[in-house]
Design a protein around this ligand. Structure first.
Ligand code: FES
Length: 104
């Protein structure tokens, strides 16, 4: 189902924002006019990826430093070895939407 998240203008550019949708913690990252959404729990030890630093299309886990690709959710180096989920997003009329599995 598609869920309305927030106006694009309310998302910080170049930083993460943690939201909860259907009891799932999701980290949103606005890069200019586009928005990426990945699972917020690092696949290594569950740190909040929304609190990581963003650069070159990746977010660096704030706890042990594994970088996660914002498009694929794949970790680029140890200690994380497993991808985090990726959620489709859309921006229409300045509003950010996210698609997540579940009942509407
Ligand atoms: S908790 Fe993210 S790399 Fe360890």
């Amino acid at each position: 189902m598609e869920v309305e998240i927030a106006p694009l203008a309310e998302l910080p550019d170049g930083r993460g924002l943690r939201v909860e949708v259907n009891d799932e913690r999701i980290a949103l990252f606005r890069i200019g006019d586009s928005v990426h959404a990945i699972g917020d729990r690092c696949s290594h030890a569950e740190a909040s990826l929304a609190e990581g630093e963003v650069f070159d299309g990746e977010v660096e886990c704030p706890r042990h430093g594994s970088p996660f690709d914002l498009t694929t959710g794949e970790p680029g180096s140890l200690p994380a070895t497993t991808a985090v989920p990726v959620y489709p997003t859309a921006v229409r009329d300045g509003i950010v939407y996210l698609t997540i599995e579940g009942e509407s």
